[in-house]
Design a protein around this ligand. Structure first.
Ligand code: ARG
Length: 470
């Protein structure tokens, strides 16, 4: 088939930028299969920003006259305005956002549009766009993480004295302050923020100028372009620059870890909202009912936060799997990175936002928590009292173990053990000491740095408020 026939037959689609080498048009099913436009359309602000910087580099390298540079720039601004306003018309032949923007640019300003891609490949172009997107997204995720940290601090401050059982193996272990429990999540989110910060810092390199893989064939001033786009460095190896997706993997790893943190918090909320625990009451605005059982109030928000973790972790595994067998340099497989990144980022941010909104709206049933935090979980404090009287800890553990067995067998509380029983098991303990056992005294003992004593938790709260503001 002649070339004219190819072009003539498909007047409804844009001519492919690479049509010169081909005799026959792309099959419709192939166009549909290979197109990434529906996904990478989200990159358009970054694509235009990258192209505008590239135009400046072309002018600087005297590959464009200043006048041509200005016309190209004005054209790009017009395309951007169309995209911003939702007026941009996608054609069936548009393979991806890069081709669509260039096609529209040329339609607007004429053949000069064909000079934009001088010294550039879509391989370094898409690598650039992705880094610009990652940079913005790391900042957005940081903002969302900080907002959830602030919500945790707010709730912790509101219940500074509330005590609940701390658990290990999901068995009541020792009393802890609710604020201490909540601040544990603050710590996790702080590490998450650090990971996104690191990801951003390592990704702070300009890939543009790498060309398809071997480096641009024109004297483009890459440090100049890096500066225009606010990158700290220039990628030093053109093959790595177009093949590398480490920044995307790091982002997804950070997102997966953060999502796992949120999932653990969500799981606790699900447990705490049960009748069995009864530690929190869900506000109506954040709960859902059952279509069949009229009495039900379900923690669907927390369940979905927990459930969506699978998607974020899945995105990390999917991208690593995609990268695993790829030879250098660019391969079309790499196109799959964006759907994974965009979905994981949106999912994570959605979870962060909804938790930040829900936490302050929860009612913490502090009386019920306090009640659950009293009883045999003060056994460690009895052992500690024996240690203070010179008994080696292992022996003290044994003695208190026997007391606990006695309590369970007779239905007695630790505080109510009589003098005769004590004399039999632990002669160094007097009933008055046991009567003084309370969850409040138990937490107050734990004044070590990082412990659950009110004074220490107050100190950590002050630090946390400062950090969350930063
Ligand atoms: N849509 C492609 C991607 O997202 C752009 C690069 C395509 N390059 C190529 N030579 N086919 O990775």
């Amino acid at each position: 088939m002649s070339r004219r026939a190819v072009r003539g037959r498909r007047a409804d689609v844009s001519a492919k930028a690479w049509a010169g080498r081909f005799d026959a048009p792309t099959a419709r099913i192939v166009e549909e299969f290979t197109s990434s436009l529906a996904v990478d359309r989200a990159l358009y602000p970054h694509d235009v920003a990258g192209s505008r910087a590239h135009v400046k580099a072309l002018v600087r390298a005297k590959l464009l006259t200043p006048r041509e540079g200005r016309r190209l720039d004005a054209g790009l601004v017009r395309v951007l305005a169309e995209l911003d306003a939702g007026r941009f018309r996608v054609l069936p032949g548009d393979e991806d956002i890069h081709m669509a923007i260039e096609r529209r640019l040329t339609a607007l300003i004429g053949p000069l549009g064909g000079k934009l891609h001088t010294g550039r490949s879509r391989n370094d172009q898409v690598a650039l766009d992705l880094r610009l997107w990652l940079r913005a997204e790391c900042a957005a995720v940081d903002t969302a993480l900080a907002a959830l940290q602030r919500a945790l601090v707010r709730v912790a401050r509101r219940h500074e004295r509330a005590i609940l059982p701390g658990y290990t193996h999901l068995q009541r272990a020792q009393p802890v302050l609710l604020a201490h429990h909540l601040l544990a999540y603050h710590e996790m989110l702080g590490r998450d923020r650090g990971r996104f910060h690191d990801c951003r810092a390592r990704a702070d390199e300009l890939p543009l100028g790498a060309g398809a893989l071997a480096g641009a064939g024109f004297p483009l001033d890459r440090p100049y372009v890096a500066k225009l786009l606010g990158f700290a460095r220039v990628a030093r190896n053109s093959m790595d620059a177009v093949a590398d997706r480490d920044a995307a993997v790091e982002f997804l790893a950070g997102a997966a870890i953060a999502a796992v943190h949120l999932s653990r918090l969500a799981e606790e909320l699900v447990l705490w909202a049960t009748e069995e625990f009864g530690f929190v009451t869900l506000p109506d605005a954040f709960a859902t009912g059952s279509s069949m059982m009229p009495q039900k109030k379900n923690p669907d928000v927390a369940e979905l936060v927990r459930g969506r973790t699978g998607r974020v972790v899945g995105a990390l595994v999917a991208l690593l799997t995609t990268l695993k067998g790829l030879p250098l340099a660019y391969n079309r497989d790499l196109q799959e990175d964006k759907a994974l990144l965009f979905d994981a980022a949106a999912t994570l941010r959605g979870c962060l936002d909804v938790l930040a909104a829900m936490l302050p709206a929860l009612r913490f049933e502090t009386a019920r928590m306090a009640e659950a935090a009293d009883g045999l979980l003060l056994a460690t404090d009895v052992a500690d009292a024996l240690v203070e009287r010179g008994v080696p800890f292992r022996r003290a553990h044994e003695i208190v173990g026997a007391l606990v067995r006695h309590c369970l067998a007779t239905g007695t509380g630790l505080r109510d053990l009589d003098a005769a029983t004590l004399r039999r098991h632990a002669p160094r303990l007097d009933p008055a000491l046991l009567r003084g056992l309370t969850p409040a005294r138990s937490v107050a003992r734990r004044r070590v740095l990082g412990g659950t004593a009110p004074a220490e938790v107050r100190r950590q709260l002050i630090r946390a408020s400062r950090e969350a503001r930063a």
